[in-house]
Design a protein around this ligand. Sequence first.
Ligand SMILES: Nc1ncnc2c1ncn2[C@@H]1O[C@H](COP(=O)(O)OP(=O)(O)OP(=O)(O)O)[C@@H](O)[C@H]1O
Ligand SMILES: O=P(O)(O)OC[C@@]1(O)O[C@H](CO)[C@@H](O)[C@@H]1O
Length: 308
Amino acid sequence: MIYTVTLNPSADYFMDVPDFETGRTNRAAETQVVPGGKGINVSRVLTRLEVKTKAIGFLAGFTGTFIENTLKEENLDTSFVYTEGMTRINVKLKAGSETEINGTGCRITDRDQEELFGKLGELNGNDYLVLAGSLPDGADKGIYRKAVELANRSKTKAIVDTVGLPLTEALKAGPYLIKPNEAELSDFAGRELSGLDDVRKAAESAVQAGAENVLVSLGSRGALLVNRNHVLSARPPEGTLVNSVGAGDSMVAGFLYGETLGLPLKDCFAYSVASGSATAFSQGFCHKEQVETLVKRVIVKHESGEEE
Ligand SMILES: Nc1ncnc2c1ncn2[C@@H]1O[C@H](COP(=O)(O)OP(=O)(O)OP(=O)(O)O)[C@@H](O)[C@H]1O
Ligand SMILES: O=P(O)(O)OC[C@@]1(O)O[C@H](CO)[C@@H](O)[C@@H]1O
């Protein structure tokens, strides 16, 4: 089973505003509200890839109810802790380029966090635990580190996709995989990253800091996978960008899909990039057939230059 934890879910409000201008009233050409949050997105893509998953996290208010009901309609298995307040609304504005405005979440208490950890009590060695996204107000900055420690005790592989202090704390516990994008890796390294070589060096420092695998997503430039033994790069398939929201989460799901099939690391990596690109080329999230088609067009290379 792949458990995903989304501490700060969102109702993602997509607005297509072709002639957007600041300082005036704009009218959207199209709008859509969908359940969001990084772990939830991972569970959604895993469900489409026919992998068993359960989405865990905090929800509150009418947006929380909307999220849970919609996920049930999508056949997602869920187990949320309900808290005070209201789950946030994140605005995803498409106006030529994509702009995201993420709201503040609801405030959680120590008791809420204890209840959430109670849901993680049944992990075993065949499970994966995905910890993804920002922390809501009131959350312990070491909450992902504690969750990784819990996972390690039962030999569950922990995946962390977050930034800042929660990430540096989580690294201390030695997660199986982290998935920063270039900006997040630059934040971790504390410097601007210029070029692929620099990205590789920063990823290697994340390995030194405790990550077993570092999967760096690089948008249309593909991705890099770094661990103690390998540096792999992947060129994504060509296609038209429709929506990049959730492309990074789809990568995590694609990687785990490969793992559940028992594939070698480079093939998990290829599935990861194919799933990210399939979502980037879609309105919404990728589907299994698309991923299976695109994976054949992903080119994985060892740093030595040898092609897979
Ligand atoms: N324009 C594109 N063409 C092809 N593939 C793309 C494109 N944009 C994204 N991808 C694929 O999706 C993956 C993830 O993209 P990106 O680096 O934008 O993730 P991210 O910033 O973590 O996204 P998010 O946080 O919104 O989920 C890339 O590694 C690549 O495989
Ligand atoms: O504010 P966070 O938790 O970092 O990111 C939240 C978010 O931007 O991530 C997902 C895409 O990856 C969206 O569904 C959601 O709105």
